[in-house]
Each structure stands twice: as C-alpha cells, then as structure tokens.
Design a protein around this ligand. Sequence first.
Ligand code: GDP
Length: 446
Amino acid sequence: MVLGQLGGSISRALQQMSNATIIDEKVLNDCLNEITRALLQADVQFKLVRDMQTNIKKIVNLDDLAAGHNKRRIIQQAIFNELCKMLDPGKPSFTPKKGKTSIVMFVGLQGSGKTTTCTKYAYYHQKKGWKPALVCADTFRAGAFDQLKQNATKAKIPFYGSYMESDPVKIAAEGVERFKKENCDLIIVDTSGRHKQEAALFEEMRQVSEATKPDLVIFVMDGSIGQAAFDQAQAFKKIVSVGAVIVTKMDGHAKGGGALSAVAATKSPVIFLGTGEHMDEFEVFDVKPFVSRLLGMGDWSGFMDKIHEVVPMDQQPELMQKLSEGHFTLRIMYEQFQNILKMGPMGQVLSMLPGFSAELMPKGHEKESQAKVKRYMTMMDSMTNEELDSTNPKLMNESRIMRIARGSGRQVRDVMEMLEEYKRLAKIWGKMKGLKIPKGGDMSAL
Ligand code: GDP
C-alpha cells in the first residue's frame, strides 16, 4: 500500500535523525525536508505541508532546548502531533444514537464508492444493534438502484427506491418518511455521484439535503484521488454541510494524502476507511492510532485492546512492566507468538504490533507468516531457560545454536534467522524502555 510507503519514508527520516550524534539545525532541516518530500509524494496539499513544517520549527526551537532534553523525542512528538492535527479538525462528527431517528446523507464523486459504502455503514451499525434503512436517491446512474437493492438484500437491510420516478428529491423525501414511520433509527440516503463542474447536479444535491434535513452529511472519497481531493471536497462543503469523511479503496493504491487534504477542506473528521469491496471491509478510523501506525510506532490502543482480550488478566501488568524495563527476551517473544497465534485473524492484529507487521508478516501472506511463527516456536522449544530469559546477546554461541538446530530438527541457518528476528524485535521494543505505555494508545502523552 502506498500509504505504507509514506509511513516508511517518515520513519526512515526520523531514524536518520536518531542516528546523528548531535541534533543541530541541519539535521532537523534534513529530517523535515525528507518528511515534506514524502508527504508531497503522497499527494498531501502543498500548503498543508508547508504549514506543518513551519509549526514544527516553531515548536522545536533547538537553541532553547537545554542539553539534557531528549531532542529526538521532542521532534518526533512534534511531528506526531502535527500529523494528528492535519487529520483531526478538532471537533468530532455527529454520531447517530440508537433508538432516535438519524438521517445520514452520502455525497461524493461518481465512482468514489458511495453506494458500496452506504451499505457498509448500514451493515456496521446493524451489527451493533441499530435499525438501519437505505434510500436510493441516485436516479442519474443506470443500475444504481439495482446495486443498492442487491447489497441491501444481502445484508437484510430495508431499502427504498424507484425505477420509474426520476426526481431524486421526491424519492429521498418519500423514503425518509416511510422509514421514519417504520421506526428505523438510521436512515441512510445515497445520492448520485457528481463533480464540482456539474452545477445542476450540485443544485439537485442541495435540494435533496433540504428535503431530507440530514443530521449528518458524509463525503465519500476515493483514497487514490490525490491532489484533486481538496478542491472537490471544498466544493461539496460549500453546498451541503459535510460533517464527516469516509475514505474508500485504502486497500488499493491510495496515497492517503488526499484524505488529509479532504479533512482540511471540509474541516470534518475521517470516520471510517473502506478497505475492500466486501461489506465488512470497513474500519473505524481513529487519528492517533492511525498516525502511530504510519510512523511505525505501532497502534497502541488497538494493541492494548488485544492484550486485554487475549493475555490473561494476571499476566498483563507483568508484561507491561517487563517491556517498560526494556527486557525483551526470547521468552517474551515466545509468549507474544503464542498470543499472536491465539488472536485469530493475523493480518488485523499484526499491523498493530510495533515491529511485528511489515517484515515478519507481510499482508496477504498470513498463512506463511503463521507457519514461520510456529517454526520459530519449535526452535525456541529446544532452548534452555537460561537462553530464553537472557538479555545477553553474546550468550547464543555456535555450540548452542547447533544444539538448538539438532534438537528442533532444523538447519543452523533457520536458528540464525530466528535469532536475527529476535534481535530486530528487541531493538524496536527496546525503545520502549522507560516509557509509560499510555492507556488508550495516546502516543502524544509520550
Ligand atoms: P459510487 O459510484 O460512488 O456509488 O461507487 P460504487 O459504490 O459503485 O463503487 C465503485 C467501485 O468501487 C465498485 O466497483 C466498488 O466495488 C468499488 N469499491 C468501493 N469501495 C471500495 C473499497 O474500499 N475498496 C475497493 N477495493 N473497492 C471499492
């Protein structure tokens, strides 16, 4: 995923800065230039990037920082905060309440994934106990009603539309009325796709909005739209009161920068991401965990949730304590592997764990990754307690490695590979030494 590349470039820039012995103006500038380049390549609007750079420079005043300050962490923190600020307009979007009628209208460019997303949104809420309904006010695109009907039927969600009526305003009003009477608490209105040059269609969108009085207008945008996102999003915002953004096709070649730009243009938060064509390929979007993941810091809130789900209650404080003391031993790696295997859908969980994601377990290769984890564990089963609990990297000498290989029926190079993986993870987890792992994954608290 291209967004992954953005994250990679930013983490590399931060890493280069960390490697420098002294952090001076030049090192900081190089790092910021690298990040600027990465953001521009990811299609973030130029002005946003420039503002971010200026803000970071204002916050990180190297002259004022006393020698004792951890400059690297202050800079990293400033970058983290600025990226969050770009994605978070500061006010939450309207959230529908169960049992109280809410009307949500979907708008966006044609082909952005609106109709698909309407059903995903309805299905998501239905699973959580809402009573959703879908209204198809897209009379422009032939087949739109059929598509919505098909999706809605599959998800067993009531729907309303017409093959005969060509006035979307009328259909929308009728559909909303009907479902209000049926006590649906989440009435979703899908509208035709349009773009800002189409004045008549924009006027029609205004009329649909006036007739249905939505509590929330969601702007759906294709994650790969790029620089055009800002202008388009702004044009929609001018006509209807966009209150939230959903970015689709994040599984494809989305550069992600368009999403940042749309947030800035509509001053509305991203609330969900579409990650595939299927109904359940839909993720709640949270700014801080997202930026943490982007910067390779791992998604602490997701990770903590999973830890609470999987690691037995009595083991949790102990694990956190060990991590914050910087003791990442082979035994901890073994226990984490055990947890990972228990956690179920690998891909979902792994991307949240710092360091575990990209290299060890590339997306789409979950089966191979699982086999690899099991293979590592078999080798670790042939280790002594001393080896598992040691924090001394020199302990694993040749004779020990050969013994482990023999004991587990593996090659020496397999054991070496496993130890390399351990070293890589230990390095990443070692950075957590002395850090308080925040509740709720709030990295800004670090
Ligand atoms: P609309 O014209 O805005 O209503 O767009 P549609 O809902 O018809 O979607 C256009 C195309 O994008 C369809 O082929 C969808 O299956 C596809 N699509 C929608 N959302 C996603 C997504 O999150 N990921 C992927 N890969 N495809 C999507």
